[in-house]
Design a protein around this ligand. Structure first.
Ligand SMILES: NC(=O)c1ccc[n+]([C@@H]2O[C@H](COP(=O)([O-])OP(=O)(O)OC[C@H]3O[C@@H](n4cnc5c(N)ncnc54)[C@H](OP(=O)(O)O)[C@@H]3O)[C@@H](O)[C@H]2O)c1
Length: 236
């Protein structure tokens, strides 16, 4: 079983790729990278040849087509790459609107489009889209990111219905605050204050998201499609 994980040099991508490899000796993973590569290279070096880097800017449809053509299709796609660029809408520059929509929403469309026909031909596939709690509880200052991630939820549910009889499941996870580089802009005091708003009183660990993604990506998760799973320590 081969999985492609985008954004695989980042905190969640690393944890997802590692959990997938640990789930079975038959699992292999393509680590989608763009700028940063060091962590993905370390993971690949320790993987006994089961992990391989692929250069993939997820906003580039030609890059997607090239990767899928070269590897001949994947069993699992985890659309994980993404970033946020927060500002109140009154100050949100058009470039920051478009860049966030491109990387978080357009990219999921490009990725799904690249894998869906080969998955339909094989009548098997698992797609897991990494959305965000911001899609469901949109905070101020994230109109671009919240709109993109809410779009990912809607795309997931629509595509799940399109594929429901083709052996392909399409699900989304919505992580809350997870301790990765995505939160480096926060000061320690901001982190402490935020943690007080979480019923579990702590941020999530990347492994806690990866466990859910690995399950949704497994053969066993065969009757789960169109699901939107919050992973957030109980924020309601
Ligand atoms: N951490 C959280 O609290 C949290 C919460 C909810 C949702 N999420 C979502 O979880 C996903 C992973 O985030 P993370 O926490 O692991 O953040 P991270 O450590 O900052 O990693 C993000 C990864 O996405 C990659 N990326 C960004 N734009 C890309 C592009 N155009 N093409 C290919 N790769 C690109 C980055 O690669 P480069 O080296 O090329 O920049 C990086 O490896 C994101 O979609 C994020 O929105 C995170």
């Amino acid at each position: 079983m081969i999985a492609l994980v985008t954004g695989a040099n980042g905190g969640l991508g690393q944890a997802i790729a590692r959990a997938w490899l640990e789930a079975s000796p038959d699992h292999r993973v393509l680590l989608g990278v763009r700028e940063g590569r060091a962590q993905a290279e370390t993971l690949a070096a320790a993987s006994d040849g089961r992990a391989e880097l692929v250069t993939l800017d997820v906003t580039d449809p030609a890059a997607w087509a090239g990767v899928i053509e070269r590897v001949g299709g994947v069993d699992v796609l985890v659309n994980n790459a993404g970033f946020h660029r927060d500002a109140l809408l009154a100050n949100l520059a058009p470039d920051d609107w478009h860049a966030v929509i491109r990387a978080n929403l357009d990219a999921v469309y490009h990725g799904c489009r690249a894998v869906i026909r080969p998955m339909m031909a094989r009548r098997y596939g698992r797609i897991v889209n990494v959305s965000s709690l911001s899609a469901l509880l949109a905070p101020a200052g994230q109109t671009n990111y919240a709109a993109a991630k809410a779009g990912v939820v809607a795309l997931t549910q629509s595509l799940a219905k399109e594929c429901a009889r083709s052996g392909i499941t399409v699900n989304a996870v919505c992580p809350g605050y997870i301790d990765t580089d995505a939160l480096t802009a926060l000061t320690d005091e901001e982190k402490r204050n935020l943690a007080r708003t979480i019923p579990m009183r702590r941020f999530g660990r990347p492994e806690e998201v990866a466990a859910a993604v690995t399950f949704l990506a497994s053969r066993e998760a065969s009757y789960i499609t169109g699901a939107v799973l919050k992973i957030d320590g109980g924020i309601l």
